[in-house]
Design a protein around this ligand. Structure first.
Ligand SMILES: [Zn+2]
Ligand SMILES: [Zn+2]
Length: 285
């Protein structure tokens, strides 16, 4: 059902509207339609709706007493200063740190290989406090921290120089077997928090795994690309022709998984895919 040019509503309740002169408007499916991958979303909504009653006002990372200003993330000034460090000069494609005198807009890796996303926007690098943030988000009861970090990402991610204002926020999917073994889905929690903070639609079942993949951690860059090739599916319940997609994940290492997801989204019609991550790994494995 891609490429619709008139409003319609489908039998599943998904409504997708596209005016003649506008690329597409999107309305996400209700969060409960997506089964396992939405358990995190339900928790975030519940947590945000009842946070003042159910949780003492405290920092979501260090647990120190802290009352945030209205709409601000639950992160105390001390944690914010340790999380938000200057990033220096970054590769315009993959956000790898560039040497001070590089002169080139992209790193040597991106000059040789073709990553299919347009840009990576990291909050910081996978080290020190931000590494702890990612590990804590992935752990049991990590959703409140993911919610705070998602809100922070909406506030702080700088889209320049590509300057692609997204049309929708899409979480990097997690295979249901991994979700069951881990118990949390931090990309989904991040994307849902970003959706709430930005009002951008977040069609959580747009992108999913067609099959499970081997863990990428022990694989070389070439093996990672082979491992994820063809692993994703884009739902035909959404018309994404011309859409500028913000793909959300917790960590980006080689970019192989995000690149394959971007390839699939673009094959389905996405105009651009920018990857927002909490932490960019330092160096290539
Ligand atoms: Zn704190
Ligand atoms: Zn690069």
């Amino acid at each position: 059902m891609n490429g619709q040019d008139v409003p319609y509503s489908s039998i599943s309740g998904v409504v997708i509207m596209a005016a003649k002169d506008e690329p597409v408007l999107y309305v996400a499916e209700p969060f409960w339609r997506d089964g396992w991958s939405d358990l995190g979303h339900g928790f975030v909504e519940w947590w945000q709706a009842g946070s003042e009653l159910l949780f003492p006002p405290c920092c979501a990372f260090c647990d120190a007493d802290f009352v945030p200003a209205a709409g601000e993330p639950h992160l105390c000034p001390s944690c914010l200063s340790r999380i938000l460090r200057p990033l220096g000069s970054l590769c315009q494609r993959c956000a790898m740190q560039l040497p001070e005198v590089a002169g080139e807009p992209v790193c040597s890796g991106c000059q040789q290989s073709r990553l299919r996303f347009d840009q990576v926007l990291p909050l910081g690098f996978y080290r020190d406090d931000l590494r702890q943030v990612v590990l804590q988000m992935k752990a049991w009861r990590g959703e409140p921290l993911a919610a705070a970090i998602g809100k922070l990402m909406v506030e702080r991610l700088d889209p320049r120089p590509v300057d692609v204002t997204p049309d929708l926020v899409v979480p990097m999917p997690m295979h249901w077997q991994r979700h069951m073994s881990r118990g949390t889905n931090s990309p989904a929690s991040l994307a849902w928090s970003m959706h709430l903070a930005s009002d951008l639609p977040s069609p959580v079942s747009l992108l999913s795994y067609r099959r499970n993949i081997k863990k990428q951690g022990m694989l070389s860059s070439a093996e990672r690309l082979r491992n994820v090739r063809g692993a994703f599916r884009v739902s035909t319940s959404y018309a994404i022709k011309g859409a500028r997609v913000l793909l959300v994940d917790d960590v980006l290492t080689t970019g192989a998984t995000a690149s394959e997801a971007a390839r699939e989204l673009k094959k389905a019609g996405a105009a651009s895919v920018v990857v927002a991550v909490v932490a960019r790994a330092i160096g290539r494995p």
